[in-house]
Design a protein around this ligand. Sequence first.
Ligand SMILES: *Cc1c(COP(=O)(O)O)cnc(C)c1O
Length: 245
Amino acid sequence: MKEDILLHLELIDDRIKKACEKAGRNPDEVRLLLATKTVSAERIKTALESGQTLIAENKVQELKEKYEILKDIPHENHFIGHLQTNKIKDILKYDVVCVQSLDRWDLAEKLHQRLLYEGKTIEVLIQVNTSQEESKFGVHPDEAVELTRRVSELSTLKIKGLMTIGLFSAETEKVRACFKILKSLQQEIIRQNIPNVEMKELSMGMSGDLETAIEEGATIVRVGTAIFGARIYPDSYYWNEEKGV
Ligand SMILES: *Cc1c(COP(=O)(O)O)cnc(C)c1O
C-alpha cells in the first residue's frame, strides 16, 4: 500500500517533468497538489513523509477528521471543494492557507466578514466553470473578471490566481479549450492591472489531463486518483451536492 503511493508519486513526477519538457517549461513552475478526498490520514502521511508538501480537501468534515494526525508534519493545506457559507468558521480552524474554490460574491463577502472578525487573511483562487457544465461549480467565464474585481476590494482575501475543473472528456482538444479559457482570463485580468490582485497561479489539470494543463500554463496540478487509487464515491458526490445531480 505504502509502496503504491510512493511509486505513483514517482510516476506523477515523471509525467509532470515530461510535460514541462514538451512545453518548454521549467518543472519548478508546476506544483503538485494532492487531492486527498476519501484518503485516510495515514496514507496522506505517507505522501507527506516522502516529501510532498501541498494537499487539499473538498469537505470541511474530512479536513477536521484528519487534522490532528497531520498537523505536526509540515505541509500546506488548500481547500478545493464547494464551500457552504455555514462552514466558513470551521474551515478557518484548520490552517487552510488557500481557498481555491471561491466562486461567488456571497461566499467572498461572508469569508471576509469572518476573517475581519478573527483578524486573519487568506489566499484565494477564483474558480471558473470553464466547461460550462451545469453540474460544476465555478463562476461563468463571462463573469470571472467582474468577480475578481469585486473580491479584490476585500482586504482579507489575497487573490493569487484562477482555478478550474476541465471538461471530463477523452477528447483532448475539448479539455484543452477549457484550460485555454482560464489562461486567457488570467491574461485579461493581468492586462486590467487590478490593485491587490496577483494572477500567478493557474490551478488546472488532474489525474487524466495534467499534461494538457501544463502545456496550457498550469502552475498547480491537482492529483488524486493517480496517486491514491480510485475512490468509492463518484465525484458528483463532491461536486454537485447542492445541485441534486
Ligand atoms: C478530486 C479532485 C481532483 C483530483 O481528481 P483526480 O481525477 O482524482 O486526480 C482535482 N480537483 C478537484 C476540485 C477535485 O475535487
